[in-house]
Design a protein around this ligand. Structure first.
Ligand code: ADP
Ligand code: MG
Length: 697
C-alpha cells in the first residue's frame, strides 16, 4: 500500500497541517505550548480556531465537538455546527477562539461523586493543545479537559496531565543533579496493547446479557475451548482479516500508530498494539481505538466486545500498559545500556520505580479494579491480585549484587544458534519473559499487565507517574546537598534496593506457594474491588495526591465514591438481567421442553406399554428437579437484590454486600442454568450457545 504514508494522519490537525495553515508566529507559539508545556497566548486562539475550521470544512465537516473523558469510563461529546446566521436567511461557517478554548457542558449529568449538586450544574471543558484535534464522521474533535464551575476536576485527563508535569519537573531536577544539564523535559511514554473479542452481530443481538452487561451471565462451556492452543497467533480468518484491515486504515487516518495485530489465546479473541507515544496522546488514542474498534465491527456485521470477561471458561481480555520515561534529548531513562552495573542514572530511576511500586502496591491494585476485571485477576489467565515486580535474571542479579556488595556478572547477550545452516544466528535477549507477573521489566520499559481491556488508561498512568514523581522528589532532597554525588547515589540505590526487595518476584505468579510467600513478605492480596477500595483513602495515598497537587482530598473522595457506585450499579444490572433471563426465557423454555418430553412419553405409552420411555422419564425427572432448584435460586437472587437497601450506609458496605452475597447467588443460579442448558434440546434453549458465539465468525 504505497499510499499509506499519505493516508496516515490525514484526518488529524497535525504538525504538517498546522505549518501549512497557520501564520509562522502562531505556529511557533503553538509549537512551544505543545513541546514545552508553555501556556498559550489566548490572542492566538482565534487564528488557530479559524485555521482548524477551514481545514475541517474543506474535509467535509459541518460540526465541532469538545471531546472529553468524564468519570463514566467512556468518552463524551456534544456536537455544535459551525453555522452562524448573517441575516436574509443565510449562514456562514464560523469557529472562534473562545469556542475552541472553552465549552460548557452541563456538569450535573456526569458522575461527580457528590461534588456537584444539580442546581449548580455548570461545568467547563478546556482545549488540550498537547493532543491533536481530529476529524471523525463529519465533526472536528477537540480533545479537552473537564472541570466544574468551581474548579473541581471531573475527568481522567486532568490528573494525567498534572502527573506528567510532576514527573517531568522531578526527573529533570535529578538529571541536572547527575550532570545532564542539557535535558529540558522528561515525558512519560505508554504503549497499550489492547485485547478484544469479535463475535457475530446476529448472535450478539439474541443475547440479552451481552447487550445489557457486556458479558454472558449464563452459558454452558462449548465442547472445545482454548485447550488445543490453536488460536493464539493462528492464521486470521478472512472475515476477521477484512475487519482488521479496515480498522487499521481508520486508525491510521486518525494518526494512531497501529502496529501489531494477531489472534489471542481464546477463540474469537484478538489483539492490537500501537507504537508507544506520550502518556497523554497514548490515552486519547487508546480511547479512540476502542471506539473505532466498535464502530468498524458494525460495518462488518460483527460486534467487538471489550468486556474483561465476556465468556466463562476461556481467557478474558486485558490491556498491557508498557510504560517508560524519556528525555527531550532522546534518552530512555529505563534503558540499562551495555553496562547497567556502571549506569548509576539507570539504577536510580529503577530504584524510584521499585520503591514506588512497593509503597503504593495498593493503589496499583485499586486502579485496575472493576466489576469486569475482578473476574480475571487471580484466575490464572491474568496476573494475580498480588502486585509484585519481575526484573528478570540479569537485572535481578544486578539488584542482588548491589544489595550484597558483590561483583555483578552479566550473562550478557548469548548467541542463539538454531543448528540449521540457512537460518541466521542472532543474539538472545538477556531476560526471558514472565507472562505471569503483573509488573514486568521488559528490556527498557515496564509492562503493567493487570489492566482490564475496557479501562481508560489515564488512571493507572496518573497513579504511576505520581508515585514515581514522589520518589524522585524524595531522592532529590536526599541527594541535592551531597559533595560526592556518585557515592551518594550508590548509597541511596543500595538502601532502596535493600528496603524494597520484597516487591521483586521473578518466579511463577500463578502458584499457591507465591500466595503464601507474598503473605510472609507482607504484600497485599486484595482479591476484589471492595477489598481493594477499602485502602483508597488510606492516609499515605491521600497525601501522595494532595502533596503532588494531582487531586484534592475532596476530589479523591469523589473518585472513590464514583468507582464504588459504578461497581454496585454494574452488579445490580447484572443481577436484574439474570432475573429477567431466568424468569422470562430460561424457565419457560425448559418447562416447554419438559412438557414435550412428557407428551412424547405419554404418547408412547398410549401406543403400547412395551415401548421404553425411560429416556424421556429420566430427563423429565432430572430437569424438573433442576427447575425447582433454579426457581428457588431465582427467588433467592431477587430477595438478595431487594435487601441491598439494608447495606446502604456507605457505598463501600454496599459494594461488599453485592460482592459477597449478590454475586455469590448469581454464580449459583448460573451453575444450575448452565447444567440445564447441557440437557435441553437446542431448539428449545432461548439463547445462542457458547459454540455459536465463540466459533460463529
Ligand atoms: P509484547 O506482546 O511482546 O508484550 P508488543 O510488541 O505487542 O510486545 O508491545 C510492546 C509495546 O511496548 C508496544 O506498544 C511498544 O510500542 C511499547 N513500547 C516500546 N518501547 C516503549 C517505551 N519506551 N515506552 C513505552 N512503551 C514502549
Ligand atoms: Mg505484552
Amino acid at each position: 500500500m504505497s499510499q499509506l504514508p499519505e493516508m496516515f494522519g490525514s484526518n488529524v490537525f497535525n504538525d504538517q497541517v498546522m505549518q501549512e495553515k497557520l501564520p509562522k508566529e502562531t505556529y511557533k507559539a503553538l509549537k512551544k505550548t505543545i513541546q514545552n508545556g508553555e501556556p498559550l497566548d489566548i490572542s492566538l486562539a482565534n487564528t488557530v480556531a479559524n485555521a482548524m475550521k477551514d481545514w475541517a470544512v474543506e474535509k467535509g465537516c459541518t460540526h465541532y465537538t469538545h471531546w472529553f473523558q468524564p468519570m463514566t469510563g467512556v468518552t463524551a461529546e456534544k456536537h455544535d455546527s459551525f453555522i452562524s446566521p448573517v441575516g436574509n436567511g443565510k449562514v456562514i461557517m464560523e469557529f472562534s477562539g473562545k469556542e475552541l478554548i472553552k465549552g460548557e457542558p452541563d456538569a450535573s449529568s456526569f458522575p461527580s461523586g457528590g461534588i456537584r449538586a444539580t442546581f449548580e450544574a455548570r461545568g467547563y471543558t478546556t482545549w488540550d493543545p498537547t493532543s491533536p484535534a481530529f476529524i471523525s464522521d463529519g465533526s472536528l474533535y477537540i480533545p479537552t479537559a473537564f472541570c466544574s464551575y468551581t474548579g473541581e476536576v471531573l475527568d481522567k485527563k486532568t490528573p494525567l496531565l498534572r502527573s506528567m508535569e510532576r514527573l517531568n519537573s522531578e526527573a529533570v531536577k535529578i538529571l541536572h543533579l547527575l550532570g545532564k544539564e542539557n535535558v529540558r523535559r522528561v515525558f512519560t511514554t505508554v504503549g497499550p496493547e489492547q485485547e478484544y473479542f469479535l463475535i457475530d452481530k446476529e448472535m450478539y443481538d439474541r443475547r440479552e446479557d451481552l447487550k445489557l452487561t457486556g458479558r454472558t451471565l449464563f452459558g454452558a462451556k462449548a465442547p472445545k475451548g482454548q485447550e488445543l492452543e490453536d488460536h493464539y497467533f493462528g492464521s486470521i480468518k478472512s472475515r476477521v482479516s477484512a475487519y482488521m484491515k479496515d480498522l487499521d486504515s481508520e486508525l491510521w487516518k486518525l494518526g494512531i500508530y497501529s502496529k501489531t495485530k494477531h489472534n489471542e489465546v481464546a477463540p474469537s479473541q484478538h489483539e492490537l498494539a500501537p507504537i508507544f507515544n506520550t502518556s497523554n496522546i497514548a490515552t486519547d488514542h487508546n480511547e479512540l481505538t476502542m471506539e473505532v474498534m466498535k464502530k468498524t465491527a458494525e460495518k462488518h456485521g460483527l460486534v467487538c466486545l471489550l468486556h474483561e470477561k465476556p465468556f466463562a471458561g476461556v481467557n478474558g481480555s486485558g490491556k498491557h500498559n508498557n510504560w517508560s520515561m524519556s528525555t527531550d534529548t532522546g534518552e530512555n531513562l529505563l534503558e540499562p545500556g551495555k553496562q547497567p552495573e556502571n549506569n548509576l542514572q539507570f539504577q536510580l530511576f529503577l530504584a524510584a520505580v521499585i520503591k514506588a511500586v512497593h509503597e503504593y502496591q495498593d493503589l496499583l491494585r485499586i486502579t485496575v479494579a472493576s466489576a469486569g476485571n475482578d473476574h480475571r485477576l487471580g484466575a490464572n489467565e491474568a496476573p494475580p491480585a498480588i502486585i509484585s515486580m519481575y526484573l528478570g535474571d540479569d537485572l535481578g542479579a544486578l539488584v542482588d549484587s548491589v544489595i550484597n556488595g558483590t561483583e555483578y556478572i552479566s550473562k550478557g547477550k548469548v548467541k542463539m544458534q538454531t543448528g540449521v545452516e540457512v537460518l541466521a544466528d542472532f543474539k538472545k535477549d538477556t531476560s526471558d519473559r514472565n507472562r505471569t507477573s503483573p509488573f514486568a521489566f521488559t528490556g527498557n520499559k515496564f509492562e503493567f499487565r493487570a489492566l482490564g481491556s475496557s479501562l481508560n488508561i489515564a488512571c493507572p498512568n496518573y497513579m504511576l507517574n505520581t508515585m514515581v514523581a514522589e520518589e524522585l522528589s524524595e531522592f532529590y532532597e536526599e541527594l541535592k546537598d551531597s559533595n560526592d554525588i556518585t557515592a551518594a547515589v550508590k548509597a541511596l540505590v543500595k538502601k532502596v534496593f535493600t528496603e524494597h526487595q520484597n516487591i521483586i518476584f521473578n518466579g511463577d505468579n500463578y502458584t499457591e506457594e507465591w500466595v503464601l510467600e507474598a503473605e510472609k513478605r507482607g504484600l497485599y492480596n486484595l482479591k476484589s474491588l471492595p477489598e481493594a477500595y477499602a485502602h483508597f483513602m488510606d492516609d499515605k495515598n491521600v497525601q501522595l495526591f494532595v502533596k503532588n497537587k494531582i487531586c484534592t482530598k475532596q476530589e479523591l473522595e469523589a473518585r472513590y465514591e464514583i468507582e464504588l457506585e459504578a461497581y454496585v450499579k454494574q452488579l445490580n444490572i447484572e443481577a436484574l438481567t439474570m432475573l429477567d433471563m431466568s424468569k422470562k426465557n430460561i424457565l419457560p423454555a425448559v418447562s416447554s421442553f419438559v412438557k414435550t418430553l412428557t407428551d412424547t412419553a405419554l404418547a408412547k405409552k398410549a401406543l403400547s406399554d412395551k415401548i421404553p420411555v425411560s429416556v424421556e422419564e429420566n430427563l423429565v425427572f432430572d430437569l424438573s428437579e433442576k427447575l425447582v432448584g433454579f426457581a428457588e435460586k431465582t427467588t433467592e437472587l431477587e430477595t438478595a437484590v431487594s435487601k441491598a437497601g439494608e447495606y446502604s450506609e456507605s457505598n463501600l458496605s454496599l459494594a461488599k454486600y453485592y460482592h459477597d452475597t449478590v454475586l455469590a447467588v448469581m454464580q449459583e443460579l448460573r451453575n444450575i442454568g448452565d447444567s440445564m442448558e447441557t440437557e435441553t434440546a437446542s431448539q428449545f434453549w432461548p439463547y445462542p450457545s457458547y459454540t455459536d458465539l465463540l466459533f460463529g465468525v
